[in-house]
Design a protein around this ligand. Sequence first.
Ligand code: ADP
Length: 273
Amino acid sequence: SRPVKLSLRLHPYGEGRLLILSRDVTSVEQAETMRRDFVANVSHEIRTPLTVLAGFVETLQNLDLPREERNRYLGMMGVQAQRMQTLVSDLLTLSRLEGSPLPDATEWTPAAAFLTQCQQESAALVQALGKKMELRFGEAPALALGGAASELQSAFSNLVSNAVRYTPSGGVVDVQAREAAGGRFELAVRDTGPGIAAEHLPRVTERFYRVDRSRSRETGGTGLGLAIVKHVVQRHGGELKIASTLGKGSTFTILLPATRVRPLPLKPSESAA
Ligand code: ADP
């Protein structure tokens, strides 16, 4: 049983009688608290890089700084500016997802296209982070996914990028897609990273919720990735499941409605006709 907040109004009602009007305002208050928390979080996330930037600007005003030192500061300023760009772009994505319905005209995209993109991006990310880890990608099932391809791609890429970012060198990131029960498409992203404790699991898809703030910052996270994934998956009629064991690793699974496709072999003689 959850606590309920009631708003009560008393009205005199005829001779010696009282009318009591009660309204459950629990959800109104919750929405207001969430909105306030969100604004506070956004402000904090923007203020941190801004403070760093302002500090460097002040330092750079000292004209006697050796060139090398100046370049080092400029580099660090670039990192902070990049962080703010990513944050603003994630915020815009989230607000677009929350505000607009999914476009009606269904665009179908083969599962293989999404997986190829994930594979390329993860290989590039591993290299950019200077990590040594094994990336395993299974075959794509003969399915096509309906909906906004760019949104679906960003959901899949987010899970794979999290797996790569949170898994230390020497680990494994394993991405398997298959046709699940009911003809649905299933994508499972498994990693041998730090895992997530049971008490945090239900909250990791909340906006700005991070298990370890400093680790998330180090890995360049905005804390909005999984919130975006959850929204995209839900508005495509699918679900996101998370299983994790602390110290062992995590598996993020996306299930989505799909349709079977039959790739046609193209024989040169026939295609020319
Ligand atoms: P972030 O930008 O911080 O990565 P996300 O919304 O993508 O934000 O994830 C929220 C939090 O969930 C992360 O800060 C991290 O604590 C946890 N998390 C996400 N993916 C993983 C993973 N593969 N392994 C361990 N922890 C993860």
